[in-house]
Design a protein around this ligand. Structure first.
Ligand SMILES: CC(C)(COP(=O)(O)OP(=O)(O)OC[C@H]1O[C@@H](n2cnc3c(N)ncnc32)[C@H](O)[C@@H]1OP(=O)(O)O)[C@@H](O)C(=O)NCCC(=O)NCCSC(=O)C[C@H](O)C(=O)O
Ligand SMILES: [Mg+2]
Length: 303
């Protein structure tokens, strides 16, 4: 498998933002079922807390124990007073990836990766927040500019704000731009995570927006509070019927190949070759979900 294919199989159903200055949130995140944890040094940390947050993260991330979660640190913008020092502080930490906020061009991302390498973090993968009109317009060049980039993470609050879009329940005003970023990410086999739902009280709307993100094609959704994790993990986990269908497809393709046929057929329906990749992904996600003890999310077993 090449790195693109491996990236395709990494579960990124949920990405929990954890403000880097809040020790109790960091502690809590060790016990939560988030596929990704984004330890934030940027938007959620006030200027007066930036330096302490950096020190706290260095201490807490030193004591690993975040289970299967992908550990990501979001640094400040490199042209801010904190960005370069953030990179120096986190370069040696045992984390998986660095998330760069508000990336607006390929050159900006390449400069950020270069700065990370200069700071000693060349072993880390990177992720990019797209959260501005210019970022959306250049999503494809951003997604395709480096092998180190695994994931685009949408910053829907900043984006909606700069676009002056009303944040309605159905997110009508954002869908075109979400899809443009998704198109750019998929053109380069990158993962893409939707922005969070910001109304913590309205869990019904949260559930709706998680399912909407799934139906738009996102791999996952960011969350800002543990209560939202259930909804995003559930929406992004294949259900038993899909797993059964995926198994049947793989079996039919295997049989067709063994009989020297180029097309597999199930119940008189031709199975398009592209479905093999879909089926493998579903089965891989299902295995991971079972392995991490979340098999309830696959739905009830059929009697
Ligand atoms: C929104 C919050 C400030 C709410 O905090 P609080 O009132 O303390 O929550 P609760 O009392 O309901 O907490 C219940 C338990 O859950 C833990 N908790 C809460 N939030 C988190 C979290 N984010 N990570 C881990 N654990 C969390 C509490 O510790 C409680 O557990 P216990 O201690 O055992 O009792 C708060 O949730 C919060 O700050 N959320 C994150 C906000 C954030 O990160 N925002 C920035 C990211 S979004 C963004 O940047 C988008 C993008 O850039 C864009 O432009 O769109
Ligand atoms: Mg933002």
């Amino acid at each position: 498998m090449n790195s693109n294919q491996l990236n395709d199989y990494r579960p990124r159903r949920s990405a929990l933002y954890v403000p880097g200055h809040e020790q109790r949130f960091i502690e809590k995140s060790r016990k939560l079922n988030a596929d990704c944890i984004i330890f934030d040094l940027q938007e959620s940390v006030p200027p007066t807390g930036k330096i302490d947050a950096r020190l706290l993260l260095a201490k807490e991330l030193g004591q690993s124990d975040f289970g299967y979660s992908e550990r990501i640190v979001r640094v400040n913008k490199l042209d801010s007073p904190w960005g370069m020092d953030d990179l120096k502080a986190i370069a040696a930490l045992d984390i998986d990836a660095v998330l760069f906020p508000n990336i607006e061009s390929k050159d900006e991302l390449l400069r950020a990766i270069d700065a990370l390498d200069q700071a000693g973090g060349s072993d880390k993968t990177v992720m990019a927040n797209i959260e501005s009109p210019m970022g959306v317009l250049r999503a494809e060049e951003i997604a395709g500019c480096s092998e180190r980039l695994t994931t685009i993470v949408m910053g829907t609050s900043d984006l909606a704000n700069s676009l002056r879009v009303n944040q309605t329940l159905d997110r009508q005003g954002l869908i075109t731009y979400l899809s443009m970023c998704l198109l750019g990410a998929r053109a380069h086999h990158k993962s893409i995570i939707d922005g969070p739902h910001f109304n913590l009280k309205d869990v019904v709307a949260c559930e709706y927006s998680c399912r909407q993100a799934r139906d738009l094609g996102f791999d996952g959704k960011a969350v800002i509070h543990p209560v939202q994790l259930t909804y995003t993990n559930d929406a992004m986990t294949p259900k038993r019927e899909e797993v059964a269908k995926a198994n049947a497809i793989i079996e039919a393709i295997k049989q067709a190949k063994s009989q020297g046929q180029s097309m597999a057929v199930i119940d008189e329906r031709i199975i398009e070759p592209c479905l093999e990749h879909w089926a493998n992904r579903v089965l891989c996600l299902c295995d991971i979900v079972n392995e991490i003890g979340q098999s309830d999310l696959l739905g009830p077993e059929r009697k």
